[in-house]
Design a protein around this ligand. Structure first.
Ligand SMILES: NC(=O)C1=CN([C@@H]2O[C@H](COP(=O)(O)OP(=O)(O)OC[C@H]3O[C@@H](n4cnc5c(N)ncnc54)[C@H](OP(=O)(O)O)[C@@H]3O)[C@@H](O)[C@H]2O)C=CC1
Ligand SMILES: CC(C)(CO)C(=O)C(=O)O
Length: 317
C-alpha cells in the first residue's frame, strides 16, 4: 500500500518504520526542518529498549512539498496541529484517499470532517509508544496495539490488514467513540500525572496513591460521558493502566505530554482533561480534579517554556 504519515514525529516515525519494513511504500510528512534533514541525509535512528541502534531510510517531506497519490494517509500530528496539517496537504488528498487518525484526544473526527467526506475517514486509538530524542532519532520500548473503525461506509478491513502485515496488532472495533473516550481516560491519567510527578509510566505505578488519583479523574470522566451518551468503563480503563505499567508494554515510556513539556511545547491537555472539564461545566457535572490538572499543566507549560527560552538566551551569549 502507498502510505503517507502526516506528523512524522515520535510515533509517526515508529509506525512508519514498521510499515516500510513490512513492504509498504511509506513517505513521512513533517514540519520540523532539522528532523527532516537528519532523516533524509543520515537516516532515522531507532533505539529499541537495550538493543543496538538501527538506521532506516524513510523519505520525509514538508506538507507543502509533498506530491503524489496515497492509498492511505495516517494522521499523527499533535491534536491542535491537525487542522493546519490537513489544510497544507489538501493537494494530495483525492476522493480515493483514506485518512486514518490515531492522534490522542477528543474532537479529531470533527476536524477531519471539515476537510473530507465521512466515507474517507477512519479513526482509531493506539497503545504504541515512542520518544523523539533528537532530530532523526527515536527511542522505542515495549509493544502496542491499535483499534480502528471506518466512520462512514468504507470497509476498514484492507487498512487493518495492511497495518497487521506490519505487526501493528490492529483490531476493528464497532464503537470507536467509546474506544476514543476510553483512551482519553487513560491519557487523562498518565499524561498529566507523568508531568506533575516527573515519572515514567512504571514509576507512576509505584506511587502508593497513584491509582486513587486515577480513580478521581476517571470518576469525573465517567459522569461527563454519561451526559454525552458515552459509557466510560472505569474498571476496564484501570485494567489497561495496570497493563501499561509493565515494561513489556509501556512501563519505560514517558508519555507524549511529558515529552512536550520537556521540549517547551504546548500540550494536548485541552483535548483531554480540559475537554472533560469544559463539558462538565456546560452540563453541570463537577470536575474539580480534571479542572485542577488542566490548570496545573497550563502553568507547567508556561514555566518550562520560559525556562527553556532563558537557557537558550544564555547559550547564545
Ligand atoms: N509518542 C507516543 O508515545 C504516543 C503519542 N500518541 C499521540 O500521537 C500524536 C503524535 O504524537 P507524537 O508522535 O508523540 O508527537 P511529536 O510531537 O513527536 O510529533 C508530531 C509531529 O507532527 C509534526 N507536525 C504537526 N503538525 C504539523 C504541520 N502542520 N506541518 C508539519 N508538521 C507538523 C510536528 O512537527 P512540528 O511540531 O515541528 O510542527 C511533529 O514532528 C499525538 O496526538 C499523541 O498524543 C499516542 C500514543 C503514544
Ligand atoms: C502511551 C500513552 C498511553 C501514555 O499515556 C500515550 O498515549 C502517550 O504517551 O501519549
Amino acid at each position: 500500500m502507498k502510505i503517507a504519515i502526516a506528523g512524522f514525529g515520535a510515533l509517526g516515525s515508529r509506525l512508519g518504520v514498521k510499515l516500510q519494513t513490512a513492504g509498504h511504500e511509506v513517505t513521512g510528512i513533517d514540519g520540523w526542518p532539522a528532523h527532516i534533514a537528519a532523516i533524509n541525509t543520515t537516516g532515522l535512528t531507532v533505539v529499541h529498549d537495550d538493543l543496538p541502534p538501527k538506521k532506516y531510510f524513510v523519505p520525509v517531506v514538508t506538507p507543502k512539498e509533498v506530491t503524489g497519490e496515497f492509498d492511505l494517509i495516517i494522521l499523527l500530528t499533535k491534536t491542535p496541529q491537525l487542522d493546519r496539517m490537513l489544510t497544507d496537504i489538501a493537494p494530495i488528498i483525492t476522493q480515493k484517499t483514506q485518512l486514518l487518525v490515531l492522534s490522542n484526544g477528543l474532537g479529531n473526527i470533527e476536524v477531519i470532517e471539515k476537510h473530507v467526506a465521512r466515507d474517507q475517514i477512519l479513526a482509531g486509538v493506539t497503545l504504541w509508544t515512542s520518544t523523539l530524542v533528537k532530530p532523526g532519532e527515536i527511542r522505542t520500548t515495549g509493544t502496542g496495539s491499535i483499534k480502528l473503525q471506518a466512520i462512514g461506509h468504507a470497509d476498514a478491513a484492507p487498512v487493518a490488514a495492511a497495518l497487521n502485515e506490519a505487526g501493528l496488532n490492529v483490531e476493528i472495533t464497532q464503537d470507536v467513540l467509546t474506544a476514543i473516550w476510553h483512551k482519553a481516560g487513560i491519557n487523562s491519567v498518565l499524561n498529566p500525572l507523568s508531568v506533575l510527578l516527573d515519572a515514567n509510566i512504571a514509576e507512576f505505578g509505584t506511587a502508593g496513591n497513584g491509582m486513587d488519583l486515577a480513580l478521581h479523574i476517571l470518576d469525573e470522566i465517567q459522569k461527563v460521558g454519561a451526559t454525552q451518551g458515552v459509557k466510560v468503563d472505569i474498571v476496564s480503563i484501570m485494567n489497561d493502566l495496570t497493563n501499561l505499567l509493565k515494561p513489556e508494554n509501556a512501563g519505560n515510556h514517558y508519555p507524549s505530554m511529558y515529552q512536550d513539556i520537556k521540549n517547551g511545547k504546548y500540550t494536548e491537555i485541552d483535548f483531554l482533561n480540559g475537554y472533560f472539564a469544559k463539558i462538565g461545566r456546560r452540563e453541570n457535572v463537577a470536575t474539580p480534579f480534571n479542572a485542577l490538572v488542566t490548570d496545573l499543566i497550563h502553568a507547567k507549560e508556561d514555566i518550562e517554556r520560559i525556562k527553556l527560552a532563558k537557557q537558550q538566551e544564555t547559550f547564545e551569549i
